[in-house]
Design a binder for this molecule. Sequence first.
Ligand SMILES: Cc1cc2nc3c(=O)[nH]c(=O)nc-3n(C[C@H](O)[C@H](O)[C@H](O)COP(=O)(O)OP(=O)(O)OC[C@H]3O[C@@H](n4cnc5c(N)ncnc54)[C@H](O)[C@@H]3O)c2cc1C
Length: 489
Amino acid sequence: MRGEAFLKSLNDGRSVWLDGKKVERLPEHPAFQGTLQTIKTLFNMLDHPDTQEEVGYYVPETGRYAHASFLVPRSPEQLAKRSRAFARWSSETCGMMSRLSDYARSIVTGWYAAREELSGLDPEFARKITAYYEKARDRDLFLTTAIIDPQIDRSKNLDDARIAERFLHVVRETEDGIVLRGAKMIATGAPYTHDFVLFSFLKFKDEDRKHAHVLIVPACSQGLHIVCRESFAARQELNHPLSAKYDEMDAVLFFDDVLVPWERVLLYGDAQKVLALRGNRTVNSLAFHQNVVRFVAKLEFVAGVAFAVAEAIGASGFLHVQEKLGELLTQIDVIKALVIASETQARYDDAGVLVPDLNYIETARCIGTRFYPRAIEILQQVGAGGFVQVPSSVEDFYGPISELMHRYFEGATVSAEKKVQLYKLAWDLIGSPLGSRHQLYERFYAGDPVRGYANLYNSFPKEKLTEPIWSLLKETSKGGLTKIGQQRG
Ligand SMILES: Cc1cc2nc3c(=O)[nH]c(=O)nc-3n(C[C@H](O)[C@H](O)[C@H](O)COP(=O)(O)OP(=O)(O)OC[C@H]3O[C@@H](n4cnc5c(N)ncnc54)[C@H](O)[C@@H]3O)c2cc1C
């Protein structure tokens, strides 16, 4: 089974740091065990006859199933297959695990799908990405991205030596490859990824050639340190049902003279070419499509918890509670509608790839940054103080105060035990470290939302909306408005 193979493959000498220590035997470490068991189960879905068709597709060349994120969609059915696979993995994890590698895999799939177009940037690109894509697909490689440069002083750029030296850059070129030094933040899933997909989010200048690169770097590379944030993984699933299984770890990456073989250097040394690759519509549409499908599952989960809480305490009949629960439904429908629009308005690119509409996807990613904090706010308003009116452990139900526990924690429609369980689940969403991390994630995973919204405006063909206004005003200056007014009157 490929889930077991995945866990085994992680004992490869990688340098993962947590709580001041290097992590040994990562799959068994308490900070990762629960999450890795979840990933193992998801990977095994590809081997199971009942689920492999839903999350994967058959690859005739290898005679086995690969995850649908590797499928290049060339028909509406294939695009729908990708969508269904993203939705299935997301709903299996209540939308709480966003970087199950299907996003980063979709970037690689996009590069492969657009390889002919992108080989204009580098004649070796098509060959290198084909070889890597096939390897990643056939060996079920887990991938993640690290795109953002470290947050040191955002008012400065590479003209400042302190910044230039710390942002990831090439210190040496050798016959075998390039040698990298510097850092990257943040890479979710970093401790248990096979490879990192690396490039920068910044618009570099031509002279910044040492910082301009697009790379795929193995996590076990010599000199690469994966520095984890505090673990939010909980051991007791009954008390922390989400933290016990879905804490996907975020980490910073330190590159202490890491050699990256030329075969893994997709682009290097040309800021304009890196920018062109980053802006490729086929790649971005296929990858960001996953983000939005995944988000539907998370909104449905939050709404489900909020509905259950309202019912459990007899609050679902209050008008203002109904209004708020209705708002959660509008959130789900808005994002769902944008997913449907992106898929039904998909267009074939020159290589025959069916590319979802990026505008609808970007709208969903922007609006999602506001939807999620609001969804959590609604959940807080519905459950109110009840979230802290829970015992520290469900163990109290089995101890000397058991009878009192059953009496005083009782709900309107559910037993005391069920109600406490439900509130613990809700607390993991709104109040636990994992819950807080998710609010930060939804605000920022797609980049700075301020610049995200601004980009929507900046890239919009504004004349479409302004032309009718200028025409109307032209009419007005000829007395057109008075005419319109008379007609209406
Ligand atoms: C939980 C979590 C997981 C993540 N996982 C990943 C991952 O797996 N891979 C990955 O690549 N990234 C990941 N990210 C990083 C994410 O992409 C960034 O957080 C996001 O792009 C914002 O960048 P920043 O955090 O560096 O904020 P900054 O850019 O440092 O912004 C800080 C503040 O300064 C303002 N600001 C900064 N610069 C400007 C400017 N030029 N113009 C206007 N305002 C500015 C911002 O609006 C903001 O208010 C993750 C983030 C989070 C929170």
